[in-house]
Structures are given as C-alpha cells and as structure tokens.
Design a protein around this ligand. Structure first.
Ligand code: SF4
Ligand code: SF4
Length: 152
C-alpha cells in the first residue's frame, strides 16, 4: 500500500513512519536558529559577503552572544527562506544550513508540519494518523508527493 493510501485509510502504527519534508517553511517562519561562529563563517563564505555585512544584515542584532548568533528574520521568516512557488519554499543556504536546521526532522505529529499541511493542502491528520480533507485536496497532495524527489 502506498503511503498516501496509508495516510488516507489510517495506518495501524504511524509512530515509526518517516514523513517527508513538505518544504512548507512553517518551521523556518517559527524559529530563529542559533548558530556558532564556525557555522556563521560557512554562511559568510557561501554568500561571499564580508563579516561586517553578516553582522549588519543577517545576524539578529538583539542577540547578546559574541560567539554565537541568531539568524535574522525578515517579513516573519528566516531571512534565508525563499518562497519559490505557491506551495514550496527553499533554503537559500541549504548546503551550509546550520546544525539546528539539519537536526530538525519533519514529523507527522509536529504541529509545524501539520500547519503546513493545513495551510497549503487544507488537510489534517486525525488521532489515528489518518489524513483527512476534501477529496480533490487529497488528490492534489498525492500528485505533489509524487513530484517531490523523496519518498515517505
Ligand atoms: S537557515 Fe534555511 S533551513 Fe534554517 S531556518 Fe533558515 S531557511 Fe530554514
Ligand atoms: S514544518 Fe515540517 S514539512 Fe514544513 S518545512 Fe518544516 S519540517 Fe518541512
């Protein structure tokens, strides 16, 4: 049974089921990653900017640390989050994203991932792990999943 079929009918046990990132960007809107000096230097090198530009334009000036930084938010999201289509975002520094972002795993039971499902796909997950919503949205979501270069 495909995973979307499992989600439609409600799998017996969804606790161990891997959930692909929908790239909705909800987590990148909600949190500001704290990063260390080495991570900041990697981003600076990737962007080809000066350290002064990093401090003035990308690091949150309200953060009191000198050896660590908070990535700045802009328009309610991480400054590196890009909206690339009506339903997809991308990280502009994906290859050098910090550990805080690397360690964050998408999960069917995370409120942020569920918010993304609802925001872009009008779908919800019930207490048994069943994906619920209008049939046309389930179909559109299924097509979207197939278009992603990942699998559940
Ligand atoms: S650095 Fe990239 S992955 Fe991390 S919060 Fe910002 S946009 Fe999201
Ligand atoms: S909230 Fe979940 S699905 Fe959306 S981008 Fe973050 S990890 Fe991916």
């Amino acid at each position: 049974m495909s995973v979307i079929a499992q989600l439609r009918t409600g799998p017996d046990d969804v606790s161990g089921m891997a959930f692909v990132c929908l790239r909705c960007g909800t987590c990148c809107r909600k949190y500001q990653p704290q990063i260390n000096f080495t991570e900041a230097r990697l981003i600076v090198d990737k962007l080809g900017i000066s350290w002064e530009e990093w401090l003035s334009s990308y690091a949150d000036s309200r953060w009191p640390g000198e050896d660590s930084f908070l990535i700045r938010q802009k328009d309610g999201a991480c400054i590196f989050l890009e909206q690339i289509s009506a339903v997809l975002t991308r990280c502009a520094i994906y290859n050098v994203r910090p550990a805080a972002c690397l360690e964050w795993q998408p999960d069917l039971f995370r409120s942020e991932c569920r918010q993304g499902l609802l925001r872009y796909w009008h779908l919800e997950v019930d207490s048994s792990g069943r994906l619920t919503g209008p049939s046309e949205d389930l179909t559109a979501f299924e097509m979207f999943l197939k278009s992603l270069d990942s699998t559940f």
